[in-house]
Design a protein. Structure first.
Length: 655
């Protein structure tokens, strides 16, 4: 407001005073309050002031269910995520008292991505910087971009309580068959299952999903269960609508940082209301683009997939589903080492340690020990070294004997034994796996930093900081690559050596996971060949595209029906409101010409299988305009309330 006040002073040739910006702020708050009051009056006239009405009708394509429509796997698809751009500085002078910060404890289940994400780590999410009061927002957005619910993250990071609160609210509002996308779905599912919402979520068939972009950053075993490509009923929805929403709302960050609690919430609320009404609703062209994309994928797969299947000697499409199961079983075998092999590797390592301590003990007893007898200090040092070597030898010997009892070994292994050599190969393979893990983590971190460096609104200093970090990371990657190649050469037979040019091309974790070896040779599996991978990916994309067509046919008809019913309903309400408040009736309108044109564009697409003829609303969701005839008393009360703003509205119309 200060900038606007200075601009007005400059235009009118008046010296700027600090109180002018305060007066302008007060005037703007009153202006917004008038709008709020008008909106409240309109909502009451339209009978849309019941709790959660806006949430239940946020998106016509998601919530406007029809009586005879086809059943969908997911009644509502949405994405949720936290964003720390809209932070607010804590003002200690306002008598602020810090609220207790609690987290929901969870028992860790088997999760291949545990600890992989920053917002999975309670130590990093439990407490944010103390200088901030509100540290951001946590939002849920439907797959079409409409905001569903928004929560303030207060004096904390992205804790589990925020997505749990969102899920609870949406389950209470929409009921069963919801699908929620979250970038750490694998961890959040465990949290949700162990929480008090677990039984409710299971009974209502709630499904935790992962967004498409973040899904590729998960481990490959996790992707086989959660990646959007492999989830039946999801269609081509990427569940990345939160990222698109944040890319626009981040522009508010500079004005929110030092705002009061009231003005911060006012700014966020006004922005998202305006975004829903004038950006998202006015640009529902994505229905057309999604339909066209799905048709293109189906058309391409009908030409390419049969050729690929012929090349790899596959006759049935069900083979691809079997391959996916086989790949999952294979990768599960890489997650844990057999207990017997673990003990054998430990026994081998302890034997190596025992041999080393025995050599040190022998070296601590030199042949010329009698010549040192005259040197008392050297003799004491020699005795101490000898005693330490003997203690280490006895300690290692005790560990070896304990492991021999566990393994049932009658005779101690020697380097000439086959068991010794087999265990040595297992240890070398473990070192190979660990070096591969380290290389993988550094590469993925660099990919994320490069993505952030090219992101819009990243300042110059931040870019320089990221560039410096990338230089350090590149050095670490080269060192990790050298360790990996050394470990790969130590194996028998040697594993595939990697070059720097190859490593920097690896974009997803799946590229690393398939480098790992187990007891079985991966080359024996047909699904591991490049041609089979290409065919499998195309097959599942085609399946999702067909599901997208089915869902879009339903959503397009919902939108067409909503436009028709909304026009009739608003027209009738406007006529009734004109009897007691013409100025208020003037505010009741909606423009849908652009949507009608886009629905016609969809209907003209080659391959369109749906209809844009409006249907009948589901009786459970019907809100008949005839009910207004029974609300005489409410309308009389409305007439009295509307007179408060009658003069303001008339003046606005005159201007």
């Amino acid at each position: 407001m200060q900038a606007y006040a200075k601009t007005l002073c400059d235009l009118h040739g008046v010296e700027y005073r600090r109180y002018l910006s305060r007066q302008l702020t007060i005037a703007f708050d009153l202006y917004l309050q008038v709008h709020r009051s008008v909106d409240a009056l309109i909502a009451e006239v339209l009978n849309r002031n019941t709790p959660d009405w806006r949430l239940k009708h946020a998106c016509p394509s998601c919530t406007y269910t029809l009586a005879d429509e086809e059943h969908l796997t997911f009644k509502l698809l949405y994405a949720m995520d936290g964003n720390d751009s809209l932070k607010r500085i804590l003002r200690w002078g306002n008598g602020h008292q810090e609220e207790p910060n609690t987290t929901i404890g969870t028992d860790d289940m088997e999760n291949p991505c545990a600890g992989w994400w920053k917002n999975m780590d309670d130590k990093k999410t439990k407490q944010m910087w103390g200088v901030y009061d509100e540290t951001g927002i946590f939002i849920a957005v439907c797959c079409h971009g409409f905001s569903l619910v928004i929560a303030d993250m207060v004096q904390s990071g992205e804790l589990a309580k925020y997505p749990l609160a969102v899920v609870s609210k949406l389950l209470n509002t929409f009921g069963s068959d919801l699908g929620g996308g979250y970038n750490i779905r694998c961890q959040f599912k465990t949290t949700l299952t162990n929480s008090s919402l677990g039984s409710c979520a299971r009974s209502l068939n709630y499904t935790s999903l992962v967004s498409a972009f973040h899904g590729h950053a998960h481990k490959w075993l996790c992707q086989l269960d959660h990646l959007a490509t492999y989830v039946p009923g999801l269609g081509l929805k990427d569940l990345e609508t939160c990222e698109c929403t944040f890319s626009k709302s981040n522009a508010l960050a500079s004005t929110m940082r030092y705002a009061s609690i009231f003005h911060r919430q006012q700014g966020i609320t006004c922005y998202f209301e305006h975004n829903d009404d004038y950006e998202v609703y006015a640009n529902l062209y994505f229905l057309y683009h999604n339909y066209k994309q799905a048709l293109d994928i189906i058309c391409d797969s009908q030409i390419t997939l049969p050729k690929l299947m012929q090349d790899i000697n596959v006759t049935e499409e069900s083979t691809f589903d079997e391959w996916l199961k086989e790949e999952k079983v294979y990768l599960q075998g890489l997650c844990t080492e057999p207990e017997l092999e673990t003990l054998q590797m430990e026994y081998w390592q302890k034997l190596v340690n025992l041999s080393t301590s025995n050599s040190l003990w022998a070296m601590s007893t030199p042949s010329n020990a009698h010549s040192l007898a005259s040197n008392e200090s050297a003799m004491r040092q020699l005795e101490t070294t000898k005693r330490h070597a003997l203690e280490n030898f006895e300690k290692d010997l005790g560990v070896v004997q304990e492991l021999e009892q566990k393994l049932g070994i009658l005779h101690c292994w020697t380097p000439e034994d086959a068991d010794w050599q087999n265990a040595g190969r297992l240890v070398a393979n473990r070192k190979y796996q660990h070096s591969l893990d380290q290389l993988e983590g550094l590469i993925v971190a660099q990919i994320f930093e490069l993505t952030k460096m090219n992101r819009s609104s990243t300042g110059y200093k931040m870019r320089k900081h990221i560039a410096k970090a990338l230089q350090t990371c590149s050095t670490a990657i080269r060192n990790a690559l050298n360790h990996y190649n050394a470990a790969a050469c130590a194996l028998s037979p040697p594993r595939w050596m990697l070059k720097w040019e190859e490593v920097v091309e690896y974009a997803f974790l799946a590229d690393f996971d398939l480098l790992r070896d187990s007891c079985s040779n991966i080359s024996q599996w047909q699904w591991a060949t490049p041609a089979a991978c290409q065919a499998t990916d195309l097959y599942f994309k085609c399946c999702r595209a067909k599901e997208e067509i089915t869902r879009l046919d339903v959503e397009v008809r919902r939108l067409a029906t909503n436009i028709r019913d909304e026009d009739h309903y608003l027209c009738e309400c406007q006529q009734q409101a004109e009897a007691f408040s013409p100025a208020l009736a003037h505010q009741i309108s909606r423009f849908n010409f652009r949507h009608i044109k886009r629905l016609q564009d969809i209907a003209r697409l080659p391959g369109f299988s749906g209809t844009i003829v409006p249907g009948d609303l589901n009786p459970l969701a019907t809100e008949s305009a005839d009910d207004l005839d029974d609300e005489e008393e409410e309308l009389m009360n409305m007439e009295k309330a509307s007179k408060v703003l009658q003069n303001v509205l008339c003046i606005t119309m005159d201007l």
